[in-house]
Ligand binder design. Structure first.
Ligand code: SAM
Length: 472
């Protein structure tokens, strides 16, 4: 039954194969010889399959676990250097017809304020985001064919791209909306979205159906095959994720990797990124009622094992997590994070009074974007506002090829430096600016190619003098 090349959800995410994988991993969790062989293979940077990676996840030998963390950290450095890409979510509407039991936007919630932004409100919201310094957004909306039809989403994306306030611009809009048709994915592709993001929530069909009792999202097959439809529609950057806490994490981990293997086997390109959200407290949602919550150590291990298994795939961590937790995960593989986020509809331009809270979940890292940028730099990272890859046509297979050869550095590092400079000149506090300029000096010296270094130096002067959006 298991067939990564099949386009049938239950064949490429096959329950039997996952259960066998978990059994195999459990049986071998202390098998030093096998674990060493897997680590040896992983150290060649070619990734691991779901079975091999599941053994590492289950491994209970402390010394080997330390090797896993060290390798994850090294792979992270090799592929992504010290850059961290920043973005913010933008909630368009929280109208939703689904019954997801972990989400406060579920249709039975009659007391949460329902909000849907008009195009004028979106403009205001985008100006607020631009004034923070953001260049990249993740668009979020509930599923509601009447209130949030695809035409509304498309119009909103066009509005977002068209807002030009001072030196601001949103240059990449990633989209996290419910599974839809090939035709609608084509429309999203045509308005120039960056990545299509859809969390599987859980790969376990039985749990999936129980956790999504009503609404179109109940359909496991339709949801699980969404990325195939997106790829068929020409969207070649897709982003996967599971909501940790719903099901047994080892099951989810194996399912997630099988999904990545499926995309690679059929379309020649794996996921552009993987998100690792954990369930959070929200309006009428109590995360402790879900049995499968994971502690911070397990969470770190999952991130490290994903990093090792799919080295070319970006990893995203949101403000669901605390600053402390995010710091730990940065070392182990995270390459993108949100900053200064609001999970309410319209929350950037108009702070909501408590009795009118429309947010999807509580944010744990409540720092401003400026504070996050400064913190990253103090930790030795280069905050990046780069959006250049997809605008330069480096998407899908092309991106993967460059990334697998560890060449992405040649574009991303100079672009990170230049977009950080834009941020410092236009939006940062004076303290952040000072730290940033010193960091940029250090980073310039790390550019090995003299020609590129000279171009970047001259571009930094141009940026200081008002030029914007210079990129490789
Ligand atoms: N409605 C779309 C869908 O169904 O995929 C858009 C996704 S929703 C706006 C974004 C994600 O938030 C969901 O996919 C889910 O994983 C996550 N989410 C929902 N409730 C959450 C909670 N209580 N805590 C943390 N994340 C949550």
């Amino acid at each position: 039954m298991y067939n990564p090349k099949s386009k049938e959800a239950e064949e490429f995410i096959n329950d039997g194969e996952i259960l066998e994988t978990l059994e195999y991993a459990e049986k071998n969790k202390s098998n030093i010889q096998l674990i060493d062989e897997i680590l040896e293979k992983a150290s060649k940077r070619r990734g691991l399959n779901h079975r091999e990676a599941s053994v590492l996840l289950a491994c209970d030998i402390e010394e080997k676990n330390q090797e896993i963390y060290a390798l994850a950290e090294q792979i992270k450095k090799d592929y992504y250097g010290n850059r961290i890409v920043l973005f913010a979510p933008l909630y368009l509407s929280n109208y939703c017809v689904n019954g997801c039991v972990y989400c406060p936007y579920h249709a039975k919630n009659k007391h949460i304020p329902r909000k849907k932004m008009t195009q004028e409100e979106i403009e205001k919201e985008v100006i607020a985001l631009q004034d923070m310094g953001h260049k990249r957004l993740a668009l979020e909306a509930g599923e509601d064919p009447v209130n949030n039809p695809i035409e509304y989403i498309l119009e909103s994306i066009k509005t977002i791209y068209n807002v030009k306030h001072k030196n601001g611009a949103i240059r990449r809009v990633n989209v996290n909306i419910a599974a839809t048709t090939v035709e609608n994915y084509k429309k999203l592709h045509d308005v120039g979205i960056g990545t299509y993001v859809l969390f599987q929530e859980t790969y376990n069909k039985e749990a999936y159906e129980r956790l999504h009792p009503t609404g179109p999202k109940h359909n496991y097959k339709y949801h699980t095959e969404a990325m195939d439809r997106a790829m068929q529609a020409g969207i070649d950057d897709v982003s996967l994720g599971v909501l940790f806490g719903l099901e047994r994490y080892r099951y989810e981990f194996a399912g997630l990797l099988m999904h990545a293997e499926h995309l690679e086997a059929v379309y020649g390109v794996g996921p552009h990124a993987i998100s690792v959200p954990r369930i959070k407290k929200a309006d009428d949602i109590d995360p402790t009622v879900f049995d499968n919550g994971i502690d911070d150590d397990t969470f770190a291990k999952i991130v490290a094992c994903i990093r090792i298994a799919v080295p070319y795939t970006g990893m995203i961590i949101s403000t669901r997590e605390t600053a402390e937790c995010r710091k730990r995960l940065l070392h182990l593989g995270v390459s993108q994070m949100s900053g200064g986020s609001k999970t309410s509809v319209g929350g950037y331009s108009t702070p909501e009074p408590e009795h009118e809270d429309s947010s999807q979940f509580e944010v744990s890292d409540t720092r401003t974007l400026d504070e996050v940028v400064r913190w990253l730099m103090e930790l030795g990272y280069v905050p990046s506002f780069c959006t250049s890859c997809y605008r330069q046509g480096r998407t899908g297979e092309r991106f993967m090829e460059i990334c697998k050869q560890q060449q992405i550095h040649n574009f991303c590092h100079p672009n990170a430096i230049m977009t950080l400079k834009e941020y410092l000149v236009d939006y940062s506090s004076s303290k952040t600016h000072e730290i940033g300029d010193l960091l940029i000096q250090d980073e310039l010296n790390k550019i090995e190619d003299e020609r590129i270094r000279e171009i970047v130096k001259s571009n930094l002067i141009k940026i200081q003098n008002g030029a914007r959006d210079l990129n490789f």
